[in-house]
Design a protein around this ligand. Structure first.
Ligand code: HEC
Length: 109
C-alpha cells in the first residue's frame, strides 16, 4: 500500500504527467489574451496554439474549422477580430530558415 502511494506520488511529481491547470500567462501578454485564453483552452492545452504559426488569414480560417469540426462557439464581429488579431500577432508563421543561414554564400549582393 505504501509502495502504491509512493508510486502515485512519484508519477504526479513527474513533469508532464500531472496536469497543472494552466493560467493566462502561458500565452504572451497583449490585447485579446483574456479572450483567447479561456475560450481556446476549454478544449485543449495552450501548447496546441503555441506550437502553431499561421498568417492572419489562416488563423481566421482555423476559427471556422474549430467551429465546424470541433463545435467551438462561432466567433463573430468584434470578438472574432480581437481573437484573430491576437493570434496573428503572437503566433505568426515561423521562419523555416534561421536568420543568416541558408543564404547562398556565392551570392554577392
Ligand atoms: C470546442 C472545442 C475547441 C475549442 C473551443 C477550440 N479548439 Fe482548437 N482544437 C480542438 C480540437 C478537438 C483539436 C484537435 C484537432 C485534431 O485532432 O486534429 C483542435 C486543434 C487546434 C489546433 C491545431 C490545428 C492543427 O493544425 O492540427 C489549433 C492551432 C487550435 N486548435 C487552435 C485553437 C484556438 C486558437 C482556439 C480559440 C479561438 C481553439 N482552438 C478553440 C477543439 C477546440
Amino acid at each position: 500500500m505504501i509502495r502504491a502511494v509512493a508510486l502515485l506520488v512519484a508519477l504526479l511529481a513527474t513533469p508532464g504527467l500531472a496536469q497543472e491547470p494552466e493560467t493566462e500567462d502561458v500565452l504572451p501578454a497583449g490585447p485579446g489574451r483574456e479572450a483567447v485564453f479561456p475560450l481556446c483552452t476549454a478544449c485543449h492545452a495552450s501548447a496546441v496554439i503555441r506550437r502553431s504559426g499561421l498568417t492572419r488569414e489562416r488563423w481566421d480560417e482555423l476559427m471556422d474549422w474549430m467551429t465546424e469540426r470541433h463545435g467551438m462557439p462561432a466567433l463573430e464581429g468584434e470578438q472574432r477580430t480581437v481573437i484573430v488579431d491576437y493570434l496573428a500577432e503572437h503566433f505568426p508563421p515561423r521562419r523555416t530558415v534561421p536568420a543568416g543561414r541558408g543564404r547562398n554564400p556565392f551570392q554577392t549582393d
